[in-house]
Design a binder for this molecule. Structure first.
Ligand code: NAD
Length: 354
């Protein structure tokens, strides 16, 4: 199969690409415009594969995207390209509307054109897999159960609203034009190659540097955490075995309060790092509560029983095993994150290092 992966240089996209190259015989074309979140060094382990190619294209560029569909002729599209950081969406929502809404529209139109000229056999196999988040459902309050495929949309932030908009477009292109769309909504991911603006890598790297570990509000917000490689396996299963027109919720059965996540990272680091920064006895001494994010969702939690039942996917990592792997990965891959922190991973393209 030929799989077009948008956003393949990002955190989850690169895990999907590494999974496809390392565990299947499929061919991948990564489409990514390399924003600050795109890092080709996350794909270094697979870039020499003859089944891998890369195109630096913006998904809002209709001409460039159509040309890619004509040249690569994908059997499957896995659409992960997005602006993905809630705090950035509060500071500057325009890029979120542009990429997440207009970009998804542009891809859907190119896919519709491509699909229209496929023969019946190719049409039967074609899938447009739109990758989304559980944040489109808004938040849950303590005893309100879990999100599932029937949950109503109630996004809170510019990020989740733009993702909700893109989900609606994808669903409409299925219903109106018959494009074989599948949507997945997943909970919070963590793991290797995560950009250090997100909670878990931020806490690991700040702790190693002896810097404060910022926790929003009282840290009571609950997230359901999924190890990124479990998500990548789920996404490949959905893209290749899922039923067109369906939605699948993906989650890790790992609900944790943010403060407990931070304390867990601290206690694992305490057990591994002998020489702590001079100012502390335990890494937990660095925890610092900061003003809460506006509109901060209280709790997300996912009922992933449909994908388990229908596609036989279950996560392989518990939170405890996944977080330990993640911390060990950051300790063993200092070069990757140092180059992110000092900007050299992006070099001239982001105007860094000047
Ligand atoms: P990320 O920010 O790490 O990566 C996004 C990638 O998209 C980057 O490589 C970036 O360069 C690329 N990109 C951005 N704008 C683009 C554009 N206009 N054209 C082409 N490429 C562009 O994001 P992520 O955490 O890997 O998330 C991937 C997808 O999964 C997103 O759609 C996100 O909404 C969804 N998701 C993320 C999580 C999570 O916990 N991170 C959870 C559920 C769903």
């Amino acid at each position: 199969m030929k799989i077009l992966v948008t956003g393949g240089a990002g955190f989850i996209g690169s895990a999907v690409v590494r999974h496809i190259i390392n565990h299947t015989q499929d061919t991948v074309c990564v489409v990514d415009c390399l924003t600050y979140a795109g890092n080709l060094e996350s794909l270094a382990s697979v870039e020499k594969s003859p089944r891998y190619s890369f195109s630096r294209t913006d998904i809002t560029d209709a001409v460039g995207i159509s040309a890619l569909f004509r040249e690569f002729k994908p059997d499957v599209v896995m659409h992960l390209a997005a602006e993905s950081h809630v705090d950035r969406s509060i500071d500057g929502p325009a890029a979120f509307i542009q990429t997440n809404v207009i970009g998804t529209f542009t891809l859907l139109e190119a896919a519709r054109q491509h699909y229209s000229i496929l023969d019946d056999k190719q049409k039967a196999g074609f899938r447009f897999h739109h990758i989304s988040t559980d944040e489109v459902f808004g938040d849950l309050h303590d005893n309100e159960g879990l999100f599932n495929e029937e949950s109503a949309y109630a996004p809170s932030s510019p990020y989740s609203a733009s993702k909700a908009g893109s989900d609606h477009l994808a669903r409409a292109w299925n219903r109106t034009y018959g494009l074989p769309v599948i949507i997945t909504n997943c909970s919070n991911n963590y793991g290797p190659y995560h950009f250090p603006e997100k909670l878990i890598p931020l806490v690991i790297l700040n702790a190693l540097a002896g810097k404060p570990l910022p926790v929003y509000g009282n840290g009571e917000q609950v997230r359901d955490w999924l190890y990124v490689e479990d998500h990548a396996r789920a996404l490949y299963k959905v893209a290749t075995e899922g039923k067109a027109g369906e939605t699948y919720c993906i989650g890790g059965h790992n609900e944790r309060r943010n403060i407990d996540v931070v304390k867990t990272v601290c206690s694992i680091l305490d057990s591994i790092i002998v020489n702590k920064p001079a100012n502390i006895k335990s890494f937990a001494d660095l925890i610092t509560f900061v003003e809460d994010r506006p509109g901060h969702d209280l709790r997300y939690a996912i009922d992933a029983s449909k994908i388990e039942r229908e596609l036989g996917w279950v996560p392989q990592e518990t939170f405890e095993s996944g977080i330990e792997k993640t911390i060990k990965w950051y300790l063993a891959n200092e070069r990757w994150w140092q180059r992110v922190l000092d900007g050299s991973y992006a070099g001239e393209r982001l105007g860094l290092n000047k």
